[in-house]
Design a binder for this molecule. Structure first.
Ligand code: GDP
Length: 457
């Protein structure tokens, strides 16, 4: 890249330190103009740090006392010459230093431009660059772990393996086309069909991992469903371990709809409290439950909570009916009130849903609930093996497209079309996968991906 870019890389606000980053051919020239190291040596070594002052070269005013790290091309984040100025934290100082960099030849970096350069300069591929945003935005340890795997190139390696399989078929087909006198077309077709089946299987497995990956990325969207006074707010509070919602003896006092993230063994649970949805007028209480159900319709998980100190009523039954075919866990709440409600249990057991007896007031049963959630989403498995998960919508779309092209190739063989037509579809599939790693991807897509980055990354 011709120009040298600069940006504040730490988040805004008053932190202990701030980092202003520079990358490009002119980095060291600019630093020389604005930085007065205490140790006067002019030598620039990669991976070294110098201590000194940032000054305004116009009037020699000292802006801050800083540490400057040097990265000599190609051993840097962007592969270009880079410096990171560690200043004192705080908006004013950081902004002043950035301004001085800009006044002395740097240009303000656009969001994600450092990472974009790392990609354009070939240090990382596109899926690795995307994993960096995912890592920064991770809401759970599991998601972060998946992003790191992707950054380390797990996905790229897998995609390359599948691409290689496709290329192997292409080679065989080319031979058939180039040497028709050998009359190997029939053999090639049978072999190619087998091979394509295998590739389709690999792509399907990857595509299928997206649902799990999506949950990993966004958290398990969870709605707690129950009639008024069943204990929704109490359960939510117990899970959040802090009093966010108002718990009250008066029905319907919880008004705010609340969204919170909690962490269960590294999996994010996005909790949506529907307690506030209930209409104030008792007559239309049902409407409230219906509204909650609407919210629950788009949830990944429903926690249906019932007051087990009373007999189930019409509202409870409505909820039971609603969750019949959904991913749900049933909670029999208020078990601390010692009542024998076998009828409830019997009725509920018909649904064959995981059922947990719990006291939202005293907290017993919560561990069982968490265990059940992890089991339901099979997250007890991925922590053990390093299963590759697709977490990115764009990647999933490309994998699906590749799979469809492989299917087309299979159809061409099955309908005995000429062998060169098969190769057209395989080439398409190769190009679909190439877009994941960024080998053949349009400028628009690249721009769109990097625009999602934060400034200074
Ligand atoms: P919501 O209307 O479903 O949100 O229910 P709340 O969480 O506001 O609870 C209604 C009432 O039941 C409150 O008085 C709670 O203290 C009480 N409650 C909730 N869970 C339990 C429980 O496990 N045991 C007992 N004894 N009371 C509970």
């Amino acid at each position: 890249m011709e120009n040298t870019i600069a940006a504040i890389s730490t988040s805004t606000g008053n932190g202990g330190i701030g980092i202003i980053r520079l990358s490009g051919k002119n980095t060291f020239n600019i630093i020389e103009k604005i930085f007065r190291p205490k140790n006067k040596s002019n030598e620039i070594k990669g991976y070294s740090i110098k201590y000194g002052n940032i000054i305004n070269p116009k009037n020699n005013e000292i802006i801050d006392e800083v540490l400057v790290s040097y990265f000599v091309s190609p051993k840097s984040y962007t592969t270009e010459d880079m410096c990171e100025i560690n200043s004192h934290g705080g908006m004013i100082v950081e902004k002043r230093i950035l301004e001085i960099c800009l006044e002395n030849g740097a240009e303000l970096a656009s969001p994600g431009e450092f990472t974009k350069r790392a990609f354009l300069n070939g240090r990382i591929d596109l899926s690795q660059a995307e994993s960096i945003i995912d890592l920064i935005n991770s809401k759970s340890e599991m998601e972060a772990k998946e992003s790191i795997n992707q950054l380390e190139g797990y996905l790229s390696t897998k995609i390359k393996e599948i691409e290689q399989e496709m290329l192997d078929i292409m080679v065989n087909i080319e031979v058939t086309i180039d040497y028709p006198e050998y009359d190997v077309e029939e053999v090639t077709n049978v072999e190619a069909l087998e091979h394509l089946k295998k590739i389709k299987g690999l792509l399907e497995k990857l595509e299928g991992s997206f649902e799990k990956g999506k949950i990993l990325r966004n958290g398990i969207k969870t709605v707690i469903l129950g009639k008024p006074n069943a204990g929704k707010s109490s359960l939510l509070n117990l899970m959040l371990k802090e009093d966010r919602a108002i718990v009250s003896d008066i029905e319907g006092t919880t008004r705010d709809s609340i969204e919170e993230y909690i962490n269960i063994n590294g999996i994010a649970l996005k909790l949506i409290d529907t307690a506030g949805i209930r209409e104030t007028d008792n007559v239309i209480e049902k409407l409230g439950i219906e509204k909650s159900m609407k919210l629950a319709d788009s949830a990944d998980l429903i926690i249906a909570i019932f007051d087990n100190s009373r007999e189930l009523d019409e509202n409870d039954r409505k909820i039971l009916d609603f969750i019949k075919d959904k991913k749900a866990i049933i909670i029999l709440n208020k078990v601390d009130i010692n009542l024998n409600n076998e009828y409830n249990e019997k009725e509920i057991s018909n649904l064959c849903k995981p059922t947990i007896k719990l006291s939202a007031k005293f907290g017993n049963g919560l561990d069982e609930l968490y265990e059940e959630i992890l089991k339901l989403f099979q997250f007890n498995e991925i922590s053990n093996n390093n299963e590759l998960l697709i977490t990115n919508e764009r990647h999933k779309t490309q994998i699906r497209k590749a799979k469809e092209n492989i299917e087309k190739a299979m159809e061409t063989i099955e309908s005995l079309m000429p062998v060169d037509i098969i190769s057209i579809h395989i080439k398409e599939a190769l190009s679909d996968l190439g877009e994941i790693t960024g080998e053949n991807v349009s400028q628009n897509i690249i721009d769109e991906i990097f625009s999602k980055f934060c400034l200074g990354k």
